[in-house]
Design a protein around this ligand. Sequence first.
Ligand code: GAL
Length: 356
Amino acid sequence: MMRRMRISITSALLASLLLTACAERKQDGTEASEQSGQDASKIRIGITFDTFVLERWIRDRDVFVDTAQKMGAEVDVQTANGDVQTQKEQIRKFADENMDAIVVVATDCYLLTDEVEDAREKGIPVISYDRLIQDVQTDLYVTVDSEAVGMLMAQNIQDNLPDGGNVVMICGPEMDSNSADIVNGFENSLQDGSWNVIYKGYVESWAAENSVKVVADAFAGTDGRIDAIMCGNDGLAGYAIRSLSERQLAGDVVVVGQDADLEACQRIVEGTQSMTVYKPINDLARTAAEYTVNLARDGVLSGSDSPESDVKETEDGHAVPYVGLEPVAVTAENMDSVIVDSGFHSREEVYLNVGN
Ligand code: GAL
């Protein structure tokens, strides 16, 4: 159902996208730098997160706000608490307040069309953070490459079970555009025929109760025949491993997740989870903040370093300037070099239950 197309950026295309963005802002007469003069202290950014219940988003928030503030911007942080109606209202409020830029971690990538369109018509750039908002143009998509995430998950399962086996897929919500990208990357990598996907389910939102339900469904239909479980995030991996433990199977089934949540890292060194995917969230949030402030202030797309720049098309064909960071597979072998040495989690926290 979800189609994803990636095309290489040409400088002409990027230039024309930028000109379009600037032109829209000028026509409206509310171009950000005019409102604020050249005084960076007056740049105002509204950011709405899907949720803060999942561990990673707290870090996204803190680094984003810190970077933007250091660049002289003010940030109004809101959370939709997983409710799309709330998020719509937050975007409308930001637009009514004439924010210089609006940043959205979409609760539902398919239901924000009117709010985003209206904000952009007022000349306010809208940034798709982490998840690509569909059915409407946004000014920038900053993320970690989710198709690569799916490929890394598949690679770990293949490394651990070279002769193939039965795979269960417990995927993230379909309304999160990253879920489809992960599934594509995963399935394309497991095409060689020795892999049998015996169950595939999507949780309805990232909420805990939905996750528990999908994990229960997966086990109900496949009991005893599971060799590997691909989980849309580490929260889901936690529920899957709990179900495996109840069956005395934890550690015998290959389980992969993403986000490098602390509990997942602990499970990896304990041996019940095989891998997680580390997303360089500090870099992501810092990059997103830099691009956002520069876009709001000067109408240019730039950050202090240049991760892969590209254009990504939404499913309905809007070409969105894209900045994508690379994910990293984390196993017990590289836990120290990737997670501990980078300070993402401390050694004490990661090895809390096993000692080191
Ligand atoms: C996705 C994101 C993942 C993860 C998930 C919630 O959109 O790409 O990294 O954060 O939301 O766990």
